[in-house]
Ligand binder design. Structure first.
Ligand code: ADP
Ligand code: MG
Length: 327
């Protein structure tokens, strides 16, 4: 009896030791503020690991040139790292499934719009010319060799970068023994563990300010794409950084933001961008067709401009802001 009591006490102490308030470290990577919060592990070691993963993603995915890659000297081919091959092949699959709403060959359009620095939109002719150099059907991936069908084509890994960094940080932190942690790579939130069975509560921003609602997650990424953070305004109109390659202009769906929750961290990043471009109805259909039976997929939360919230899959979403109602 005594022994049992002692055992329970030790367990309780261990349990408490594993769930202090959490220690947080911040760093700047991938052109955004990143953080790692760990519970019951060495925070500076975790920061080193998370930061290393982000730096590796930066260099592999070409942060120094805005995640854009254009063909090499011969004008037609690129040699990719093994990691980039993984990101590109998943991207190509999603391009096919979304009929090109998500398309990493958007690069010539991204370079033309250059949303970070632009003060006015490009001309229709310029957009037409850049569009003629896009289209995922124009690239072939053979091992590590990516071939473009036309000179001037390129790939843009901007929609994949943070998910890619999160996936490698997740693996490396788990390998180092971290059991409970939250990574925040510029709004891409990845959680390790289940916070002693409670699940982590991750807020989804209301694009108009504040928090729209909360999802409860364990061992997964919560990634949101929206047009409300990176944009410029010209003559009263807002031009944001997520483009619809089918029109050449910033995507104009009914959505203000699309959040995807998945234990496949790269897929969550890709799909949040894809759903934002596709809008609520097309996303719902895509979800049913391709993702409902994917074991890594937990679900999605789509916030539309008219205040409707579409919840797909089994995501545990709790609305907070009364201006949104579940559809
Ligand atoms: P953020 O990086 O701001 O979190 P996203 O993950 O949604 O947002 O990625 C947006 C980036 O993806 C853009 O800055 C651009 O580099 C790239 N991109 C824009 N439109 C598309 C698209 N339709 N398909 C694939 N990539 C895109
Ligand atoms: Mg993305």
């Amino acid at each position: 009896m005594k022994r049992t009591a002692l055992f329970v006490l030790i367990l309780a102490l261990l349990f408490c030791g594993c769930s202090p308030a959490g220690e947080k470290a911040e760093f700047w990577a991938m052109d955004t503020l990143c953080s790692v919060t760990v519970y019951g592990s060495d925070c500076s070691a975790a920061q080193r690991i998370a930061e290393d993963s982000a730096r590796r993603a930066e260099s592999l995915l070409g942060e120094e040139h805005g995640y854009l890659f254009f063909a090499g000297e011969d004008g037609q081919t690129l040699t990719l790292s093994d990691d980039a091959v993984r990101a590109v092949s998943l991207s190509l699959k999603i391009s096919e499934w979304t009929g090109g709403a998500f398309d990493i060959t958007v690069a010539p359009l991204s370079a033309l719009w250059n949303i970070q620095e632009a003060v006015c939109p490009p001309s229709g002719d310029e957009i037409g010319e850049a569009r003629s150099l896009t289209g995922y059907q124009g690239i072939t991936l053979d091992g590590n060799r990516l071939t473009f069908s036309r000179a001037g084509m390129g790939i843009d890994l901007g929609a994949v970068g943070k998910g890619f960094a999160a996936a490698s940080a997740y693996d490396a932190l788990c390998l180092s023994g971290v059991k409970n942690a939250v990574l925040n790579f510029g709004g891409n939130v990845t959680v390790i563990g289940d916070k002693n069975g409670k699940g982590y509560q991750v807020g989804i921003r209301n694009p108009a300010g504040g928090i729209a609602g909360v999802v409860s997650v364990s061992d997964a990424s919560v990634v949101t794409s929206g047009g409300y953070e990176r944009y410029f305004e010209y003559e009263g109109r807002r031009y944001h950084h997520i483009l619809d390659p089918r029109t050449g202009y910033p995507a104009e769906s009914d959505l203000l933001s699309a959040t995807v929750v998945s234990s496949d961290h790269i897929l969550a990043d890709i799909l949040s961008t894809a759903f934002f471009v596709c809008g609520s109805e097309e996303s719902r259909q895509l979800y049913e067709r391709y993702f409902a039976s994917d074991p890594s997929m937990i679900g999605a939360v789509l916030l539309s401009a008219d205040g409707e919230v579409t919840v797909l899959g089994n995501v545990d979403f709790r609305p907070i802001d009364s201006s949104y109602s579940l559809s």
